[in-house]
Ligand binder design. Structure first.
Ligand code: ARG
Length: 460
């Protein structure tokens, strides 16, 4: 028997080309568990409306349980002829219940069904993504804790700028992921609206109870407008936007790890379990995890752009274009669930080359700002102090010296302001400790930040 849900007014089946274009079951089968949840809630509401007897409801729920089990074991599988997940599951129900199976569709359309399924799927998977984000945060926090006190070259333009605590840099990444978690939490408020009961677009003439269904499915409320409910994909766009931004954060962390692991930086050593080799160069140890995190960001950005483009210009309400919402969403979910644990493992297992970081921290005249600010505290205008220290840097470069190598005479020759005691600021530890205002890189502030981020991660 044909499994089509819409055969009545058609003579014969669809053309091969249409069927191939239209079929979505190969990807929307992921929605099966959520479709079954919606079907249970719908069966109960039909029963309360007097459209299913007690006995029919029992048999219906029994068949849905059986079908769910059969889906789980793989005993029931979708066929290409099923068109989509809703069609496949109705076939499964008919196989178990005969004509009774055909009663469940009353008052329901695939339009409100698919919108409900996708929301349920996403709310469920966003919770998993949040857990994986927290694991990555935890790995970064643990490294920040272990390496507390280690100075590193802080960079702008990828040039040595001012020394920072390496932990401060690691926690900067945690701040970004904490915002991502916050964004996904906030997203759920708008995602927690149930479209079920909206039918094809106008609601149902049957005495259904969308609010009870919403409640049963764990939503906060039923949709206030059936036309909006079946055509709204804002929750998918918002999710993809959040996913793209997580992708950007992973890409930026990935890029840093690639740099840190390079011969030129040598800030970290990757654990063997999170590095790869070369098929020709025996010595290679490559940061593929970090590169894939960076590379996969492209598809996350692409999915957001694709869905926005699909939605633009669509008239209300349901249009088949909307079927294009799913593959990008599924891929974004699956990509994040692949990348996040790998990055967490890479970070958790990397060894930080603390001696090298400490040695590099003051290089590139990274204490120049501190010297200029010392002169300012002694009454020199910053403009002049900047100039004086600039001259000192050039003098050092020409004479192949660092600040610390300068004699009293050499300092005095550059400027009378450069008295011997300015050497007090030629210390990385001093420079770090001095940045003690809120948000700065002093050990005390970074320690407070670590405590705050750790308790935030514990709360998530
Ligand atoms: N598979 C469709 C989708 O994903 C749902 C079916 C609605 N189809 C229809 N012709 N009204 O959007």
């Amino acid at each position: 028997t044909p499994t089509r849900l819409w055969g009545g007014r058609f003579e014969g089946g669809p053309s091969e080309a249409l069927a191939r274009l239209s079929v979505s079951v190969q990807f929307d089968w992921r929605l099966a568990p959520y479709d079954l949840l919606g079907s249970r809630a719908h069966a109960r509401v039909l029963h309360r409306a007097g459209l299913l007897t007690e006995d029919e409801l029992d048999r219906m729920l029994g068949a849905l349980d059986d079908l769910e089990e059969a889906c789980r074991t793989g005993e029931f599988r979708p066929a290409v002829a099923d068109e989509d997940v809703h069609t496949a599951l109705e076939r499964g129900l008919l196989e178990r219940l005969g004509t009774l199976g055909g009663k469940l569709r009353a008052g329901r359309s695939r339009n409100d069904q698919v919108a409900t399924d996708l929301r349920l799927y996403l709310r469920d998977h966003v919770r998993q993504i949040v857990s994986r984000l927290v694991e990555l945060e935890t790995a970064l926090i643990a490294q920040a804790d272990q390496n507390m006190g280690v100075a590193a070259p802080g960079m702008t333009h990828l040039q040595h700028a001012q020394p920072v605590l390496f932990s401060h840099q690691l926690l900067a990444h945690v701040q970004a992921y904490a915002r991502d978690v916050d964004r996904l939490r906030d997203w759920d408020k708008r995602a927690a609206i149930s479209p079920l009961g909206s039918g094809a677009l106008a609601g149902s003439s049957l005495p259904l109870d969308p609010e009870a269904v919403a409640d049963e499915l764990g939503f906060d409320a039923a949709a206030a407008n059936s036309m909006d409910a079946v055509s709204d994909r804002d929750y998918a766009v918002e999710f993809l936007a959040a996913a793209a931004l997580i992708g950007v954060h992973l890409s930026r962390l990935g890029e840093e790890v690639v740099l840190w692991a390079s011969q030129e930086f040598r800030w970290i050593e990757m654990d063997d379990t999170y590095a790869t080799g070369s098929s020709i160069m025996p010595q290679k140890k490559n940061p593929d995890v970090a590169e894939l995190a960076r590379g996969k960001c492209g598809r996350l950005i692409g999915h957001l752009t694709a869905l926005l483009t699909t939605l633009k210009g669509l008239p209300l309400t349901y249009n088949r274009d909307l079927q294009e919402d799913k593959e990008g969403v599924f891929d974004a979910v699956e990509t994040l669930l692949l990348v996040l644990p790998a990055m967490a493992g890479l970070i958790a297992t990397m060894r930080v080359n603390t001696e090298r970081l400490e040695a590099l921290a003051p290089q590139g005249f990274a204490l120049a700002t501190d010297l200029a600010e010392l002169l300012v505290r002694r009454g020199v205008a910053f403009r002049e102090a900047h100039e004086v220290v600039g001259h000192l840097v050039v003098w050092c470069q020409v004479n192949d010296k660092d600040f610390g190598d300068l004699t009293d005479d050499e300092l005095a020759k550059v400027s009378p302001h450069l008295t011997p005691d300015v050497r007090d600021v030629f210390s990385v530890q001093g420079a770090l400790a001095a940045r003690k205002a809120y948000g700065g890189t002093s050990p005390e502030r970074v320690g407070q930040q670590l405590t705050a981020l750790r308790s935030l991660a514990d709360d998530h």
